[in-house]
Design a protein around this ligand. Sequence first.
Ligand code: XIL
Length: 376
Amino acid sequence: MVLNETSILSRRNLLRWAVTSLAFCGFGKQAALAMARLRTAAEARELFIGTAVAADALRRDSSFKEAILAECSSLTPELSMKWAAAEPSRGRLELTDMDEIADFARFNGLAVYGHALLWHGSIPHWAEVMLREAPDWQHVRNHIATVMPRYGDVVRYWDVVNEPIDTGHREDGLRDSPFLRAFGSSYIERSLHDARVFSPRGRLMINEYGLEYDNQVERDRRYLFLKLIERLRSKNVPLDGIGLQAHLDLRKGTVFQNAIKEFLQEIEGFGLEVVVTELDVKEADYAASAEQRDTTVADETRRYLETVLDHANVKGVTTWGLSDRYSWLRVTDEELGAYKGAWKDGSGPGLNRGLPLDAMFMPKRMHAAMASTLAD
Ligand code: XIL
């Protein structure tokens, strides 16, 4: 849908009006914001808002489904599109889960964010052997050629390469992955060129993590990622944008807003789009009260989003799960060792509370922080 400026402004005003009226009717501003759906807030500024989903949870859990439909306009397959899931043995496709996610999206008018075509973390065993012993690009190309057209009607953004950067190995900052060892550093441009063939209009992305904090590794990662983009740009490789995973981590302190801003200015200068692709918050202190934990998580989310959303080339925000019930962020044994018992309902240290809804699908302060930052 194309919105002109006036209608965007009036939608934003409508949202503000709704929040103010709810607040006026006796709900606190926090409560009013918690009631504002993320989707309403995001759409008011023409952003998509999504969550990662596992097909299994989508199939079994009707409350999860309802929450998705209320809050989201986009879904990212958490596992089902990755190579190891899609082609577990050579030539045998296993796309039932992915088909189900795509059908759910089509039926409900949601978009799918295509994650991820090439990722060192999900290479089927047979392909690892192939890459090591007899590298043949045709197999990589086949994966791209199978997945992209099959979901091309519902996917607009594609993570063509996921996590290509790693520090401490090579001067160019590229990860020493099976793809790099098999085909050299040109595997990135090769996959982008192939992706363009199989998706002439899709937005082709490189998705990366570890770009938020003020430490040496993340400073290097920001620099090396920009260098990679610069090289690709100078060769006219088809790249439309970058994904910022944004796995925030309170153990690292608080996000370094100035560095993120500078980084995004560079990205804007390259004419690229930006999507926040995997937002969540790893907690540092499970001993605090649930309220305190939620406040800390919400504050970090707000600091991050207000910095990122300030840039006009940002197109969407996806959280890595919607509810703490399905977070990949586990509280480690070591962390758990510090507590007696694990509260499985998400009210205590048993679960990490770094997503907008708690394990019972109730909106938390992070939800309100997202809604208000999106609405601002
Ligand atoms: C994770 C899933 O959440 C886990 O369930 C799975 O075991 C491993 O992958 N960066 C990414 C995601 O790009 O694909 C990862 O997802 C999390 C880190």
